[in-house]
Design a protein around this ligand. Sequence first.
Ligand code: NAD
Length: 376
Amino acid sequence: MSERVLKIGFVGAGAINFGRAHLPWDHASRLEQLGGVDVIGIVDLDEKLASSILEKRQASKYGHYYKNCKIFKNYRSLIELRPDAVLIGIPPAYRGSFAEEKDLELQFARAGIHVFVEKPLSVLPPEEFMTYAKAVTDTAKEKNVIVSVGYMFRYHAGILKMKELIKKHGGKVMAFNARYYFAYTKAVNKYWFNEDLSGGPIVEQATHFCDLARFIVSDVDVPSIHTLLLKDSDPGGAGHLAYIPQQYEEDISPERRIPRVTMSHWRFKDGGLGTLMHSVALPGTRYEANIDVQLDGLKLSLIEPYQKDCILRVRSINNEEANKDQDFTFPTDDSYLTELKTFLTAVRTNDPSIIESSYSDAALTYQMTWVIRRAK
Ligand SMILES: NC(=O)c1ccc[n+]([C@@H]2O[C@H](COP(=O)([O-])OP(=O)(O)OC[C@H]3O[C@@H](n4cnc5c(N)ncnc54)[C@H](O)[C@@H]3O)[C@@H](O)[C@H]2O)c1
């Protein structure tokens, strides 16, 4: 039996939904690979950008998926078209809130439209945001709507292998250590440098690794989180950045500029310890990210999960030679594709249980990132 064709709407015609040179993400290209969809609308405040994106897509070999597609400035026009599902990929300052025009998730859910929404969930302080998160979750339940959040690493083959090996080892995680080094000198977005619009580097970027800490190990004992920041205003000058393009921080005072280094540690509810380091220092466009997890007799190092040549290096007491590493690679893995495929399957089968990142769970990651952000 052929799959039901799903009517899809996009909110946001920017990088996450339609791609940009050098960046690995682009939900539209994954949707085209999966097929079985009819893209009926693209919403963006910048209608010119949306029209040029649509023209390119229509002229490609996947043009047939866009033949009925209309451009809108406001998401309410998309609701009127009654898509089966929407992919929301606009900056967090324009969603995740009861404020007028920012309650998109809630409005789509109320209309019975399934939602895939990008991280981070909001820019509101979590005390305010949690009430909104509850409204979205309750509405989704009441309306039988899937709400999935864009924590794609939860579908990454390397992460799933780590979880499998941890389970097989049967031990508790003793230590989790994640490093995220942001390459900041090229192909960056101005709003990433403005905490009010993006939430800052932990809420916006390292959120993936806070989420993985929770996904791989367990929930975090929030009061145990302790964080040190290196700021631009540091008297020693170590926080000064000389290569920010196009004076992206010109209109932001040194005290309000994003932290150059964030070092955080905490205790997991399971008892183990976690650490996170985020830095803004690398040249170019290639970010570096690594995760180490240690159990008694087992070390798992996930090296560069954003890259195709990502490696999971394992050292285990169960190897014949305990000094030897065993490498796993995942050359054909595409976590963005698996994430979207899972979302479309959940929509078709009306089964939220296969979604790895629900709105209510992602709200806990949001809360954790805000505790780190609030460090002085
Ligand atoms: N999961 C990932 O790996 C990943 C990667 C990149 C971005 N993201 C997330 O996706 C979101 C968008 O990021 P981006 O890089 O695509 O940004 P972007 O600046 O490239 O695109 C955002 C688009 O949204 C439009 N927009 C802004 N407010 C709007 C509104 N109220 N209504 C309609 N359109 C509006 C802008 O005109 C712009 O075209 C962010 O939350 C970001 O964190 C996630």
